[in-house]
Design a protein around this ligand. Structure first.
Ligand code: GLU
Length: 563
């Protein structure tokens, strides 16, 4: 590279560095940048470092504003790169030990369909696997038959497909009981766990007093014998459990010798024939270890479990994964509790798991929220430990970025009033399907004398409205009677009277339409072409984005998405 070229490369790098960080750049940083961009200069290192000082001095002589202007004019790309960096702030923070790839998991219980709360763990783990490369395991945690809904297996699968997670393998814990039994036998063999046959109350009293129960000291052979008896049906429900040895002096009683296996006769498991079940802390550790999970991102509500799980890792001398616990996320405005949802559905209060008053992913889908928007909103929330409340507005803003460029525009007239417009010329309105994309073409709305208007526009004092893409209409009042006449085409007349520019429909071309919102129903009419948009999100002009949910002989039903 010739001297002049080196000089200008150095100047640009120094300039960009100064704009980015403020102040005068260090020569080492500038030389490093130039070498990085032009590796061939390594051979001319001496010359480069000699020239760097001048370049830095030239930059130092400029004011901060001049630096910005110069960078913008000399290298728009380098200027733009600064902003890219800025936008990347939203990218998740680095995870330690992830450089060579990660193995992560999403581990829902099949107790109902997934809801927005689940989406955070699902999206964050997914994003990290995409960021670092690796495996993303879906683990169905169904070893508590009290928390299994047989229909949820399918629903969870569908919800994950909808979210578009990069799952690389799926396992179901109820398929793995023999593995957990075997590991439990090993743990007992190492003296790390014992079979406890104490009455619950008795054990609790001892535990609270930081005392060992008599079972804790049983010889390993006895423990193994009792464990096998447990597996062979020699104990009734509640008569025996396996406890892991932890620290009886631990300040938190919940950490002291907690149970890892129990016997349950009822309810029966919908998939397998079993009565000895691992508790989640055991099955989670067993699987995280066996599947090679490197990083676990989960909510703060699992911090106590993380502490408990470490005891099990320590007994086995297994490597503990890297944990991150994000803060709690309050979600208002929708029902999230699975039992409340189920009860409401059974009572007929909700139409199903996708009733729009629920916080399930399928309810969001029904409302026209796209899976990308859900994932983006969750990544924006990130893995921070601070408790936050979920912002619907942010989710809607993310969704709008996705639906706005694609959604066709239509007129929906709520609470329609039929308005014959006297003296108006018959004419055809051509309304754009999308204001930002003329290639999509126009809707054709022929005016033949009578239109329908939203009743809400006919308020006292409104003397004129402008029918969008058509003309102005005078609203003439004579006592109670309201009539309508042609008000000309002039947009400035409409502006002068502060006339609203409103949606309307030719009276002879309407389809009944019900718009369902979280607050209730809006009944009205829409353009016939809306019937071709089944399943799509469209915009009802002046109302907002809606998803066309059903189209029948009786008309259209749409769900309100957001404004
Ligand atoms: N199945 C657990 C839950 O849904 C997650 C377990 C974990 O992340 O370790 O809360």
């Amino acid at each position: 590279m010739a001297g002049d070229d080196i000089r200008s490369a150095l100047f640009l790098c120094a300039l960009q560095n100064a704009v980015k960080h403020g102040g005068v750049p260090q020569s080492g940083a500038v030389i490093g940048m130039v070498m990085g961009a032009h590796p061939e200069l390594r051979k001319q290192a001496k010359e480069v470092s000699g020239l760097a000082k001048d370049a830095i001095a030239d930059v130092a002589a400029l004011s901060p504003d001049e630096r910005v202007a110069k960078l913008q004019s000399l290298s728009p790309e380098m200027f733009a790169a600064l902003h890219e960096k800025h936008e990347h702030k939203k990218v998740l923070p680095d995870l330690e030990g992830a450089e060579h790839g990660v193995v992560m998991r999403f581990a829902p219980n099949p107790s109902g369909p997934l809801h927005i709360g689940h989406a955070r763990a699902a999206a964050l783990n997914d994003a990290y696997v995409k960021q670092y490369g690796g495996r993303y395991i879906l683990r169905i945690e169904d070893t508590d038959p009290k928390r299994v809904d047989p229909e949820a297996y399918e629903m969870v699968k569908e919800d994950i497909e909808w979210l578009g997670l990069g799952i690389t393998e799926t396992i179901t814990q109820s398929d793995r009981l023999p593995i957990y039994y075997d590991l439990c036998g090993q743990l007992i063999g190492r003296g790390g766990a014992y079979v406890c046959t104490c009455e619950n109350e008795h054990f609790k009293a001892l535990k609270d007093a930081k005392k060992a129960c008599p079972c804790r000291d049983q010889p390993v052979e006895t423990a193994i014998f009792l464990w096998e008896k447990m597996l062979d049906g020699g104990f009734k429900e509640g008569e025996a459990s396996v406890r892991v040895k932890t620290d009886l002096l631990h300040p938190d009683p919940a950490m002291r010798d907690f149970p890892i296996f129990r016997i349950l006769d009822k309810p029966a498991h919908p998939r397998i024939d079993a009565r000895v079940y691992p508790l989640m802390n055991f099955s989670v550790v067993a699987d995280d270890h066996l599947l090679g999970v490197t990083h676990v991102i989960r909510g703060k509500d699992h911090i106590a479990n993380t502490r408990r799980q470490r005891y099990i890792y320590d007994h086995f001398r297994w490597t503990v994964p890297v944990y991150r616990h994000y803060g709690r996320m309050g979600i208002e405005g929708v029902v999230l509790s699975t039992s409340q949802m189920r009860m409401g559905i059974n009572e007929g209060k909700y139409s199903g798991w996708d009733d729009i008053r629920l916080g399930t992913l399928r309810a969001l889908a029904r409302r026209g929220i796209s899976p990308e928007a859900v994932k983006n909103a969750m990544l924006a929330i990130g893995i921070g430990e601070t408790d936050i409340s979920f912002s619907w507005d942010n989710l809607y803003a993310e969704n709008k970025k996705i639906v706005d460029p694609a959604a066709n525009r239509y007129f929906f007239v709520p609470d329609p009033v039929t308005a014959p417009v006297e003296g108006a010329p018959h004419r055809i309105a051509h309304a754009m399907l999308h204001p930002g994309d003329s290639s999509k073409g126009n809707r054709v709305l022929p005016f033949e004398g009578t239109v329908v208007l939203p009743a809400s526009e006919l308020v006292p004092g409104a003397a004129m409205v402008r029918l969008k893409d058509l003309f102005n209409v005078n609203i003439v009042r004579d006592g109670e009677k309201v009539s309508f006449s042609y008000g000309g085409d002039s947009l400035s007349d409409a502006r002068a009277t502060k006339a609203h520019i409103i949606q309307w429909l030719p009276a002879q071309q309407t389809v009944p339409c019900t718009l369902l919102t979280m607050e209730g129903e809006m009944k009205g009419v829409c353009e016939p072409a809306v019937t071709k948009e089944l399943g799509n999100v469209v915009q009802f002009e002046r109302i907002g984005f809606v998803r066309i949910d059903t189209v029948t002989e009786a008309g259209v039903r749409a769900y309100f998405t957001h404004t």
